[in-house]
Design a protein around this ligand. Structure first.
Ligand code: PGA
Length: 222
């Protein structure tokens, strides 16, 4: 059984969330939901493992708008995603800052979902890019890496299984970690992607916004 992580990003309103919870009531599969922060409490104590889409690097303080790993852990959050390409791109997050966040999350007992991946124009140097992004890992315990080629997120273009395999093997040769794949995973391509034995799971964005689509995906990965 592979791990499935559903990244809601900044989507769904409160009515959608109630419908989502209702439809996924019976899910027993290994699924981690990353809702928008304000909906976190709705998913805690339900049958899901809950993660946060981003986290700050301090436990408390005057950091308006941020959520700390201490606060998240105390609420019942188990996973913290860090370094998503949208954080890197729209919020200028770089490896030094990401490193601080990873350290703070691990210190507070959260499992880190560290997102790495090359942009379209970096495809020829993918291993160099990944090496730099992976260098924020000090200890591999409590780290899961999610390989998300930026050129594949949200647009239906996915690498071949062989290309993904090569990257997963590379990451695992550098660090003893579990590796997920993310980028345009959906109910139509999941069966093919699920054939990659080296993969430990999937990070899913748009297809996980619809509970029916997510359930179809979970049937395959179970
Ligand atoms: P996508 O998003 O599945 O919509 O491509 C994945 C992600 O950005 O986590």
């Amino acid at each position: 059984m592979k791990l499935v992580v559903a990244n809601h990003k900044m989507n769904l309103d409160i009515d959608d969330i109630h419908e989502y919870l209702r439809k996924l009531k019976e899910v027993k599969n290994k699924v981690v939901i990353l809702p928008t922060d304000i909906y976190l409490p709705y998913f805690i104590n339900e049958n899901y493992t809950v993660g946060i889409q981003d986290i700050y690097c301090k436990d408390f303080g005057s950091y308006t708008g941020e959520v700390s790993p201490y606060q998240a852990k105390k609420l019942g959050v188990k996973y913290a995603m860090i370094g998503h390409s949208e954080r890197r791109r729209y919020f200028d997050e770089e490896n030094d800052f990401i490193h601080k966040k990873v350290k703070a999350a691990v210190k507070n007992g959260l499992t880190v979902l560290l997102c790495v991946g090359e942009r379209e124009h970096e495809r020829d140097n993918v291993f160099d890019i990944l090496k730099k992004q992976l260098s924020v890992i000090d200890e591999t315990e409590n780290i899961i890496v999610s390989y998300e080629p930026v050129w594949s997120i949200g647009n239906g273009h996915i690498p071949s299984n062989d290309e993904i395999k090569k990257v997963v093997k590379f990451i695992k040769s550098c660090y003893n970690v579990k590796v997920l794949y993310g980028g345009s995973v959906n109910e139509h391509n999941i069966a093919t992607l699920n054939e990659i034995n080296e993969l430990d799971g999937f990070l899913i964005g748009s297809a996980a916004l619809d509970p029916d689509r997510l359930l179809k995906i979970l049937e395959v990965t179970d």
